[in-house]
Design a protein around this ligand. Sequence first.
Ligand code: SF4
Ligand code: MG
Length: 312
Amino acid sequence: VDGIKKTFPIDSGFLGSKKSVKAVNHVSFEIKEGETFSLVGESGCGKSTTGRLVTRLLTPDEGKIWINQEEISKMNENRLREVRKQVQMIFQDPYASLNPRMKIREVVGEPLVIHTNLSTAEREKIVAEMLEVVGLNSYHADKFAHEFSGGQRQRIGIARALILKPKLIVADEPVSALDVSIQSQILNLLKDLQEEFHLTYLFISHDLSVVEHISDKIGVMYLGSLVESGPKESIFANPQHPYTKALLSSVPIPDPRAKRERILQGDVPSPVNPPSGCLFHTRCPYSMDICKTTVPRLRETAEQGHFAACHL
Ligand code: SF4
Ligand code: MG
């Protein structure tokens, strides 16, 4: 992903004045085959929009996206249909993303109807196999989405996403709606499936503790920009950007005696009127004069492949 930008017009309603939001502003990253890259940040930071750009549910205003050697950012619809088979999405709320009037066998098998010419019998066989793969069985196939728990529904969403044997999965907050005990089951399932099917993940979460075990690399977003990115170990052991440090300070730690400083104050500023200079300066405890006027650029830190955008 190279320098993608996406701006949404918004109607401010006042004398028809038009404003816009830079939802994603010049974001770049690379995910190697079989890796998990996680995008982390508070809601409204542009991580979901980035996911939708990568799956081409949205088209970037600027910048380029390649999958394998193929540039998909301006690809025509016919070719895009082919690419879509290789790129699938898992969503936060499996309930909202599952058609309530369809039986589970239809929900999971629908991509096969859209993208292949397989017979009904062939499709049924693949659906049954895929339900097994995600820990369900054919007993579940004739039920409707509302008959399942949240965790089971997410398993159904995963089965549907995997049915075309994709290479890349964009998972947007796939466990945020689930109880903590169920979260780890689904995360473990995603990890197992990654090995079994050699999947590549773009994993989106507001919660660093969720991505800790699943990620190879992490990118931290704030108000549409990537402010830090690097190998997971390096981000956790040696975070450079004050925003990343603040996010880490809110990750729960098992030892109740341990204390962590909380440095994240206030709300995220409006993306319609983002702050000048460093986007984080209104909340940063280390803000200096230069931070209000000059945008810090992503620079490699002392550790290779670890980048941060901060004047410190
Ligand atoms: Fe804080 Fe300045 Fe760094 Fe921004 S550039 S994160 S305001 S120290
Ligand atoms: Mg989102």
